[in-house]
Write a new protein. Structure first.
Length: 405
């Protein structure tokens, strides 16, 4: 298996002064404005028309716009050009069928900008827990030195979340966790009731909101429904909701980091299902003429999948254990008996119980699926042909000793 270099990020909490925060917001506005102009240019393209301008042409147009607009000219050319560069990369990802088409950016949602050509002296440490980073046209901005900054940093991104918190993320090639060399493999089955079930029998659950947070969130949502759109009160309520959700998101990210590190240190091979999470969490809402079915139920399932951290867990595993994460076909993993290999949909008696009607093997349903994933990964690695699962064996319940391994 060929493994390329994976670019990771080390994120730190930024602590700008009020004047610096205002300057950072101006940079965010410039990056958003340039990005939206690029989106508008590509939105006008139709078959038969002249192609939309590329990155080089857009940079030339940006130079002309800066000469005419004092607002743009007062900003950083690095921030504005990198917004165009990010858009060009987003379009390349779209045409490569790995991401969706770039869309408009809205003020207050996903604010941020990127700085490249970072020099060695642009990041420095002041004390044990305080560091500084140099931002163009802003100056030295302090951040919390919660862990060592990676060596050889060439770029970083400054972001502001909906809760009003600023962060700086340094791009660097992460050091992979060494292979333990025990020869052990593990299968990981992801679910909603149980976030991750291991073939060893361990059941892992991502932390959710506390009871007090749920009650506070409900009160805030009711208050938001009564607030007038565009009012200061509505803005304060939205900020309070974002702070509550940010705490839940932070706990989930912390859980993902700890679990991914633990799995990478304990096992040589980590097998997971090759799930299309983007397709699975797509809304069931249709149009007025053709409305969707079970829209509310599907929305609840989508929230459960996203809250379980399916995607981030696998992403961090691939960062920390490159070449050791094997993705297998998810077909029949929850219906196959891990003891005899018989596929029978009725063997799964409930969400948590699995009892094979052929050999009588009983196990937790999620653990049984995780063991099937581990077995499938073993076949894939031994064959050296990539992840694959043997075809299902559909039979009526029977007692065939030849089927027992």
């Amino acid at each position: 298996m060929v493994v390329g270099k994976l670019i990771g990020v080390s994120r730190y909490r930024l602590q700008p002064s009020p004047a610096q925060e205002a300057a950072l917001l101006v940079h965010c506005g410039h990056a958003r404005f340039v990005w939206n102009l690029a989106v508008e240019q590509h939105a006008h393209w139709r078959p038969g028309r002249k192609r939309a301008p590329g990155f080089a042409e857009q940079c030339r147009q940006l130079t002309e716009a800066r000469a005419e607009s004092g607002w743009l000219r007062a900003g950083s050319i690095i921030v504005q050009q990198q917004a165009l560069k990010d858009f060009a990369q987003a379009m390349a990802n779209f045409f490569g069928a790995t991401h969706r088409r770039p869309t408009w950016r809205k003020r207050g949602c996903g604010e941020g900008f990127r700085i490249v050509a970072v020099k060695a002296g642009d990041v420095r440490r002041l004390s044990r827990h305080v560091g500084e980073v140099k931002v163009p046209k802003v100056g030295w901005v302090r951040f919390r030195w919660s862990r060592p900054v990676p060596d050889g940093v060439k770029s970083y991104r400054v972001t502001r979340d909906r809760a009003g918190r600023w962060h700086v993320a340094f791009a660097a090639i992460p050091e992979p966790i060494p292979v333990p060399g025990t020869g052990e493999a593990v299968g990981v089955d992801r679910g909603v009731a149980v976030s991750a079930a291991l073939s060893t029998g361990e059941m892992l659950n991502a932390p959710g909101p506390r009871a007090t947070e749920k009650a506070r969130l409900l009160r805030l949502l009711r208050k938001l429904a009564r607030a007038k759109r565009g009012s200061n009160r509505r803005g304060k309520v939205k900020a309070a909701i974002a702070r509550v959700k940010a705490r839940e998101s932070d706990r989930r990210k912390d859980w993902v980091e700890k679990i991914s590190t633990d799995l990478a240190r304990r096992f040589d091979v980590i097998a997971v299902e090759d799930l299309k999470i983007g397709n699975m969490t797509r809304s069931a809402r249709g149009s007025i003429d053709a409305p969707g079915r079970n829209v509310r139920q599907k929305a609840g399932l989508n929230r459960g999948i996203l809250a379980a951290g399916w995607g981030p867990l696998i992403t961090r595993l691939e960062h920390k254990a490159p070449g050791r994460v094997v993705k297998v076909n998810p077909a029949y993993t929850s219906q196959r008996c891990s003891a005899c290999g018989i596929v029978d949909a009725k063997s799964r008696e409930s969400q948590a119980d699995f009892r094979c009607r052929s050999c009588g093997y009983a196990c937790n349903a999620d653990v049984n699926a995780a063991r099937n994933i581990e077995h499938a990964a073993g076949h894939a690695v031994s064959a050296r042909e990539g992840p694959r699962v043997a075809g299902p064996v559909h039979r009526e319940p029977q007692h065939d000793l030849l089927l027992v391994r």
